[in-house]
Design a protein around this ligand. Sequence first.
Ligand code: J2J
Length: 538
Amino acid sequence: STTLLEGCVPWPHDVAERYRRAGHWRGDPLDSIVREGARRHGERVAVVCGARRATYAELDARVDAVASAMIELGIRPLDRVVVQLPNVLELIETLFALWRLGAIPVMALSGHRRAEIAHFCEHTRAVAYVCADVVAGFDHRALAREVKAGTPTLRHVIVVGDAQELVPFASLDGAPRTLPAVDARQVALLQLSGGSTGTPKLIPRTHDDYLYSVRASVPICGLDARSVYLVALPGAHNFPLSSPGVLGALVAGARVVMSREAHPDAAFPLLSREGVTITALVPPLARAWLAAMRARGLRFPSLEVLQVGGAKLGVELARDLIEGLGCRLQQVFGMAEGLVCYTRLDDPLERVITTQGRPISEDDEVRIVDDEDRDVPEGEVGHLLARGPYTIRGYYRVPEHDAIAFTRDGFYRTGDRVRRMPDGSLVVEGRAKEQINRGGEKIAPAELEQHLVAHPDVREAAVLGMHDAIVGERICAIVVGDRPITRAALMAHLRARGVATFKLPDRVELVSDALPRTSVGKIDKAALASRLAAGGAS
Ligand code: J2J
């Protein structure tokens, strides 16, 4: 048997055996996707990135070359490597190269800044950081130098583009060498949790479990070798990577088209030029696409399926999308911890519009419970618990948090409040976890509050989500100062601390009175929320 990466919780032995016997876990490492693709249809185009086109055979050869060069650098099996790249071919090359040599990518997002990147590097004791030179005006090399200076384990910074004194990604062109055998039972990647606590949690996904979720998603999403999948959302995110995403498209022998931005101006030309058949969006982007299509009088006849997920899709918008896009809609309710639900392509229209779908697998176990973990009567709203062949049993290196986030018998507490329809479809009704979902981007209030109270003039701070018609929720910070303080100073403070761009508050309320407290002394966020809704915090 395999010893999992230190700090990761394995499935119980008998459960793992059951998943193997059922054929879910087949023992193939993730890089076999590209190896197989090259063997079966090497001359087909696998990835389109700007003017570049890589066939499956070319991609496979590049993955070998990059993996070999990484080994020459000293990157070893099970080493952690923080990867922060925009949607470019090099993202795909990097991930597959790391998988091929048995190393473990940590999936950072473009908006992450020093606070998060330093945390990922320290917490995982990463040996390398792979980034691009400058993205949206931000110089990742400067960030890399700072993080490297503070993280003794971090030996290599690999840069796509102008690397200055760092290692150019383009130089990773090693002579073929014998690669280590990779055990598919081992951890393959560390995904990010949306989080609800002070520090972001990392999610260990194994080759076996991740590949199962991808393979099983392919037919559910109608992918085949004719499909063209557009990556518009950030490609490292679990949804566009694995549901079925980039990996699913490559499993199907389809073509992956990378779009640097999800905005219509970047994505629309690719939709027509490449004949895109399927893509994935979050609800606010789907709304923006629909509006832009209408305004510009555009249609995309090649588009067959639009997947929408990451945050609740309203019934109105769902109807509008089906009508306006002229393609099928698929709702996707998933989480990087595992469980993914899809509406099926042949579901009745009403189900597609009003539900968030049902789980991928017949071996996904879903419970809907009350505050005491007792099953609620069928059809009623409760807390969603999930367990199954691709849902983790614990986060990476935080046993004290696992005790809260999982039941004793291994169900993951999703923090979502749902209801089950008679046909098994789930409807997301809300959430119990302390998290803001800003159009699919997840923000943990506690994390932002810690950054705010670190300012010497801040006495206390509360962060909450404010309802918003477009993005669902906006981030609002309510701050009590010890001395007069300005919004600009607070925003500058957050930037200076290196907080991710997508976590910066949309609104800052400065108040002079102490924040309301509950009877147990916690900040009363419900009271604050109603004050905000009534027009002000004080
Ligand atoms: C309501 N809430 C949703 C939906 C996610 C596929 C799709 C999405 C994610 C994802 C993913 C929702 N309606 N359709 O990983 O593989 C909220 C829930 C959930 C949390 C997970 C995938 N789809 N959510 O969004 O890890 O609250 O994964 O628990 O980023 O997003 O967030 P994340």
